[in-house]
Structure formats: structure tokens, C-alpha cells
Design a protein around this ligand. Structure first.
Ligand code: BGC
Length: 751
């Protein structure tokens, strides 16, 4: 390898001759960028702003055109996506080195929740509320992806999502801007590691800028219409957090925002991102989103599309070909200023320099390193670790009066029946936005395998599929019922297939697909103790199960080690600690439902106080499971809140404490959540907002005091003039184990 690298550098020396000397001296990256820019023709500049899909895989509508390799050679392409593996990336990079200026290509890829080792889907990871583990998962994804020649991941997706009908809810961190911001920054730090330039760091990309998660009706690609205040308060904070964490790139989004497509939205890209936030990286369009402005009815053709997008600050065109075909002409005709082009190209070149690609375009093309990351035991262990932390215990009641809670199960249970269409699933465990590898059938741990590993010798497992994931046939019910009858405990594995949540996977009803719920109810009526495991990319609705089955674990799509992780939790080797990062609705009719809503002038205070109140007459005012909710095998008791002050002045800090006691039989982890309500303000404020949380671990019987320090920074909000400030007055401080289960205290703050 060493020899190879030297050879590459040797070649480069001569190849880069035109600007080698200016680069080699002690110049800043900005000066080096300027030197390269000075050598470029207009067409070569536009080439840098052009990104094409490779010819092996596609994550959007494919345009078959021309010889891409020839276009790389002509300097017409700055970046490729969906080209992975050292061999492929090297081949194309070698061609880029035949271009006049030998500007290296950037290889981008959707490494959303792992590359070779697949972690839980992001919404699942968010349920861990474990920022360190989330950072760690992104770090590993970057190590593996960078070893496979990838320079850039199109992640993290930081869209706030409050509509589980939207399939892409699985890619984000859920409904809350505070939790979403922490996780956005964590993922950026994980991907970018010790900084661009290290060969195990990939450029992160905060997407989709902006408000894509608020698509009307949860229908993918749909329009978004919202007040600027809501935009700033709810949807932008995770993007801002990503920018502050140093994210290298942004991706814009497919939606229009208040009538202007995000791709041509200068308010978003120029005013907020590049001016207010002083973002120095570059913005890539979403797949074809520049050209799609024609369908939006915003521009007539690709010529106008390229003009609108470039002027609005979209620096790179992914796959629409609008830039490559029109930008040079637009500049020559005076429609787009050269300064716009130069600014975009400088941003792109700067990242290529920071990645070290001008020094060595092949520095991510190391076959030995790629091989080393192929089966990394530490990575697999980390995948299991975060998978166990992502599982949410929704219910664990006693199946019959006088008996114990079902979970955790005993490893010496004599006969366990494992029933359901996902019981032996492998690739479905990975979820959307994951890669298929030839050895998946060996590497991915199914639930069946995971449980079997835990059981003591002498225990037996029975299996019945019962039904397909999305079938209408009940032909397998009888066999499943028979298996249940012959077992002491039944574990049921139901949920969504891997491609049921994700891009373009919006669903109008979000029940368990097919006849799965019926199957569960048929097994439940055998009278056997039943545990239901639900594996999905989004919150589903399963009310009959929730009401009648005694034990339910929500297991999302947990990744490569899914079966092992679930085994740990089922048998009590790990006491579940996940908390929902998103509200689970009772029916689709409640959507959008989120915990930090306004009070309204006629709030319904309970299900028996709904008349002439803001509610539906036919359903509860509550979600099925609230934001922040998640049980443990043990129980935690909260004391009342103790406040350091009842009244404070600006600049003073409030300390709010509770004592939390583990009053159950198992050691466990609790996520103690702090919410605040601003009682009266110049614009109405939510009934509560998450402001902080702390994870604590308590032995059975142990108590700990948890203290939150609160300052007026925590009270800030966007007022009617979009000024981010706090206002004096009364505040409610709430601390508890979910957004619904809190202790409350009152405090007053004066200026
Ligand atoms: C998605 C992006 C993704 C891109 C490239 C688009 O369809 O919206 O999130 O990064 O494709 O795969």
C-alpha cells in the first residue's frame, strides 16, 4: 500500500503541475481554492457543481445518459453518488485524474444508519436518548464507509416529523426540536470524527433543508405551508445545531415552503443558512429537485430551474442535469452572475481540500483498510449495545390476577412458541436505507437465533409463521394456534416489512399491515401468556393488542444485531430503557399529534371534559403512547420538585431537583425529563417543552437526586418579530418520566 501511495503522489506531482506549486506552499486552504479557481474555465466550474448517480444503484428516478466516464474525463462532474467500494471509487477517481485540472471527485452515499454494520433506524436510535451511543454509531458508520471509498454521507436527516403517515419519519429523531437538535449535533460529530482530513471521517450532510417533515397530510414530496415562527421554533433548530456542530454540507428538499420550492428558496439558503448562520460548506440539491421545479410550476424549463436554484444558493445539482446543461449559458447571457458560480465552486473545492483529496485523491482507496472493516467485532458489539437501548417497553402487565408480570422471561422456560411473519426475518431487521451484502444470511441475527442463544439447555422453541406481513390469508392461523397451545409462553413478532417506511412510503393507515393484528388476537385468545414484539420504522396503531395483550416491546428496525438485542431484553440481561421520541396516535384521525401543542382557548382537560372543547367527540384527547414514554422492568418513583427559588431575577439560575427512587426489583436506567411552560407571553406558548433530560442508573431500592440548572436561556422563544428572547413572568417547571407523567412546580422570573 505504501508503495502504491508513493506512486500516486509521484504521478500527482506532475499531473497537478499547473497549480501544484501554489498548492504546495504554505498557503491557507482559501488561497489554494482561489489558485485552482483561477485556472478553471466556466465549463469546468459548472462541472464541479454537477453530481451524477453511478451506474450500479439508484435512490431516485434514473436518467440514462451519455458516457459518464467521458464526462468525468472532460471535467464535467464534480461528484458521484451511489458509487461505493474501493475498486469502483478508484476506477472513477483515476478517470478524474485524466481531466485537464485533475480535480478529484467526491463520492457521496446515503449512509443513514450504518454501512456494513447496520444500526437501528434513526428513529429507533433516538428512542435510546443516549447521545453518546448515537455519536458512536455514526462514528462507526463513518469508519466503515470511509474505508469503502466514500467521502460524504447524506446524513443526518434532521427533519422534525409529527406525522407517522410520512414514511421518512424513520430517518429522523422524531417530533421534538430539543431532542432533535442534540441528536443532529451528535450524528454530525460522529460522522466527521476528529475532523475532515482524517481518513476515517466523512463529510456529513444536514438534510432536508427545510421543513420537509411537515409535508401536508404526511404525503411524501408534498407541499409545506407554515408560519415563519413555527419554522424557526420547531423545524430549524436541528439544522442550526448541525451547522453549529460544523456539518460540512446541507441538502435542500423536495417540498415547496410557503409556495417557494426549497431548492430555489433564498430565504432559507442564502439569508438564514449562509448569512445568519454563517455556514461555509456547500448545499447539494435533493435528487432531481432542481429540475422538479418545473413540475412544481415554479419555472418553465431546466434553464429557468438552474437559474433559480443557483441564485438561491443551491451549490450542487444532484442528478437533474439542469446545471450542466444551462449554467454556462446563463452566465454568458448575464442571467447568473459569475460571482454566484465562483462562490458555489469555492465552497465545493474547499471541502475537497479539507478532505485532503488534492493531496491524495486515492486516500480513501485502501483495500486493506476496506477488508479490515468488513467484519469488525467491535462495531457489531456497538450495534447490539445501541439496539438494546433503543427498545421501548410499552406494556408489561400481569396476564392473570395473582400472577407476575410476564417480562423478563425465564431462560429456563420449558417451551416457547415464536410466532409471526418477522420471527425468522433477516433483511427486514435492517430497515429502509440499508445495504444488502452477500453474506447477510450469516451476519444478520434473526429473532429466532437471538432467542435460541439465550435459552437454557432443555428448553424448546416452536415456530409458526401464522401469516405474511401484508397478506390477507389466514391459512396459517391454525398451525400458529396449535403451536401456542403447546407452549408455556408465546412471543409474537409482527410489524412492517423493510420497505414499508422510508422514502415514498407514506401510508394513509398505519395499522399493523395485513392480518397480523388478527393473528395476535387469535393467539391471545388461547389464554397463553403473550409477548408482542413490534418491528417497524414508524409509530403504528395496534389498539386491540395494546389493550389486551399483557406485554409489548417496540423494537423498531434494529439492524444487524436485532435478534441478539431483543434476546437480551426479553430475558432480562438488559432492562429496557428506551423512551418514545414521538407520540403514538390512537387513530390516524388524531394526526398530527404532538406533546408540545398550544393550549387553545378551549382546552379539553380530560376525556370527560370535552364538550365545546378542542377535541374530537369520538376519540380520546390523548395519544395511545405519549412522547417520552417507556417502561422498565423496575419502577421509578419521583418525589415532588424542590426549587432553589420561587422568584428569580434575570441572570439568576434556578435549580430544580427531584429524588428518584428505584422501587422495583431490578437495577434499571431512567431518563428523567425536564419540561417548562411559559404561562403568559407575547405569543402563545406550548403546554410544555422539553428543555433537558438526564439518564440515571439505579440499583433496586436506590434513590438519587437529579438536579436541573435552568437559566433564562432555557426560556427563550421566537416572538412575533422572530426575535429569540425570553419574557418575564410565571413558569411551570415539570419533571417526570414522560411528557404525560410529570411533577409540577411554579416559579416567577423578573427582568
Ligand atoms: C432523498 C435523499 C437522498 C438522495 C440520494 C433522495 O431521493 O430524498 O434523502 O440523500 O435521494 O440518494
Amino acid at each position: 500500500m505504501r508503495i502504491l501511495r508513493l506512486k500516486c503522489l509521484g504521478l500527482l506531482f506532475f499531473a497537478l503541475c499547473p497549480f501544484y506549486f501554489c498548492c504546495a506552499q504554505n498557503k491557507t486552504i482559501d488561497q489554494k481554492v482561489d489558485s485552482v479557481l483561477g485556472l478553471m474555465t466556466l465549463d469546468e466550474k459548472v462541472g464541479q457543481m454537477n453530481q451524477y448517480n453511478g451506474d450500479w444503484a439508484a435512490t431516485g428516478p434514473i436518467t440514462k445518459d451519455g458516457d459518464k466516464q467521458d464526462q468525468i474525463r472532460k471535467g464535467m462532474i464534480g461528484s458521484m453518488l451511489n458509487v461505493t467500494g474501493v475498486a469502483h471509487t478508484r476506477t472513477l477517481q483515476e478517470i478524474a485524474m485524466q481531466s485537464r485540472l485533475k480535480i478529484p471527485l467526491l463520492f457521496g452515499q446515503d449512509v443513514i444508519h450504518g454501512y456494513r454494520t447496520i444500526f437501528p433506524v434513526p428513529l429507533g436510535e433516538a428512542a435510546s436518548w443516549d447521545i453518546e451511543s448515537i455519536t458512536g454509531a455514526a462514528r462507526i458508520a463513518a469508519i466503515e464507509a470511509s474505508a469503502a471509498g466514500i467521502h460524504w454521507t447524506f446524513a443526518p436527516m434532521v427533519d422534525i416529523a409529527r406525522d407517522p403517515r410520512w414514511g421518512r419519519i424513520m430517518e429522523g429523531a422524531g417530533e421534538d426540536p430539543y431532542l432533535g437538535s442534540l441528536i443532529a449535533a451528535a450524528r454530525v460529530k460522529g460522522f466527521q470524527g476528529k475532523g475532515l482530513g482524517n481518513t476515517d471521517a466523512v463529510m456529513a450532510c444536514a438534510k432536508h433543508f427545510a421543513a420537509y417533515g411537515a409535508a401536508v397530510g404526511g404525503r411524501d414530496y408534498n407541499s409545506v405551508d407554515m408560519s415563519l415562527r413555527q419554522l424557526h421554533e420547531i423545524y430549524l433548530p436541528p439544522f442550526k445545531a448541525a451547522a453549529e456542530a460544523g456539518v460540512a454540507t446541507f441538502m435542500n428538499s423536495f417540498n415547496d415552503l410557503n409556495g417557494i420550492p426549497a431548492t430555489a428558496n433564498s430565504y432559507l439558503q442564502r439569508d438564514i443558512l449562509k448569512k445568519q448562520w454563517n455556514f461555509k460548506g456547500f448545499v447539494v440539491s435533493d435528487w432531481g429537485s432542481v429540475g422538479e421545479m418545473i413540475q412544481h410550476g415554479f419555472v418553465k424549463d431546466n434553464y429557468e430551474a438552474a437559474m433559480a436554484a443557483a441564485i438561491a444558493g443551491s451549490d450542487m445539482d444532484m442528478e437533474s442535469r439542469s446545471y450542466i446543461q444551462n449554467l454556462s449559458k446563463l452566465v454568458k447571457e448575464g442571467k447568473v452572475k459569475m460571482t454566484v458560480i465562483d462562490d458555489a465552486v469555492k465552497r465545493i473545492l474547499k471541502k475537497k481540500f479539507e478532505m485532503g483529496l488534492f493531496d491524495d485523491p486515492f486516500r480513501f482507496c485502501d483495500t486493506a483498510r476496506e477488508r479490515l472493516q468488513w467484519n469488525n467485532a467491535e462495531h457489531l458489539a456497538a450495534a447490539k449495545d445501541i439496539a438494546v437501548k433503543s427498545i421501548v417497553l410499552l406494556k408489561n402487565s400481569v396476564p392473570k390476577a395473582g400472577t407476575k408480570q410476564i417480562l423478563p422471561l425465564s431462560k429456563t422456560t420449558k417451551t416457547i412458541a415464536l410466532i409471526g411473519p418477522l420471527a425468522k426475518a433477516k433483511s427486514d431487521n435492517l430497515g429502509f436505507w440499508s445495504y444488502d451484502w452477500p453474506d447477510d444470511s450469516i451476519r444478520i441475527v434473526s429473532l429466532w437465533d437471538g432467542i435460541q442463544k439465550k435459552l437454557a439447555p432443555g428448553s424448546t422453541m416452536l415456530y409458526a409463521k401464522g401469516c405474511g406481513i401484508n397478506d390477507t390469508s389466514r391459512a396459517g392461523f391454525a398451525e400458529a394456534i396449535e403451536a401456542a397451545k403447546n407452549a408455556d409462553i408465546v412471543i409474537m413478532s409482527v410489524g412492517e416489512a423493510r420497505d414499508m417506511s422510508g422514502e415514498a412510503k407514506s401510508r394513509s393507515t398505519i395499522n399493523l399491515p395485513g392480518v397480523q393484528e388478527e393473528l395476535v388476537m387469535a393467539i391471545q385468545s388461547t389464554g397463553k401468556p403473550v409477548v408482542v414484539l413490534i418491528s417497524a420504522g414508524r409509530p403504528l396503531i395496534f389498539n386491540r393488542i395494546a389493550d389486551q395483550v399483557p406485554a409489548i416491546l417496540y423494537t423498531w428496525w434494529l439492524g444487524t444485531k436485532a435478534g441478539d438485542a431483543i434476546g437480551e431484553v426479553l430475558f432480562g440481561d438488559y432492562n429496557p430503557s428506551g423512551k418514545l421520541p414521538v407520540s403514538f396516535p390512537l387513530t390516524e384521525g388524531q394526526i398530527p399529534i404532538y406533546y408540545d401543542h398550544y393550549n387553545t382557548g378551549r382546552p379539553a382537560t380530560s376525556d370527560s371534559d370535552k364538550n365545546y372543547r378542542s377535541s374530537y367527540t369520538d376519540i380520546s384527547i390523548y395519544p395511545k403512547f405519549p412522547f417520552g414514554y417507556g417502561l422498565s422492568y423496575t419502577s421509578f418513583n419521583y418525589s415532588d420538585i424542590k426549587l432553589s427559588h420561587s422568584s428569580l431575577k434575570a441572570g439568576q439560575q434556578l435549580k430544580a431537583s427531584v429524588s428518584v427512587t428505584n422501587s422495583g426489583e431490578y437495577e434499571g436506567t431512567e431518563t428523567v425529563q425536564l419540561y417548562i411552560r411559559d404561562m403568559v407571553a407575547s405569543v402563545v406558548r406550548p403546554v410544555k417543552e422539553l428543555k433537558c433530560f438526564q439518564k440515571i442508573r439505579l440499583k433496586a431500592g436506590e434513590s438519587k437526586t437529579v438536579t436541573f440548572k435552568i437559566s433564562t436561556d432555557d426560556l427563550r422563544f421566537y416572538n412575533n418579530d422572530l426575535k429569540y428572547d425570553w419574557e418575564a413572568g410565571d413558569f411551570e417547571i415539570m419533571i417526570g418520566s414522560s411528557s404525560k407523567d410529570v411533577k409540577t412546580a411554579k416559579v416567577n422570573w423578573v427582568r
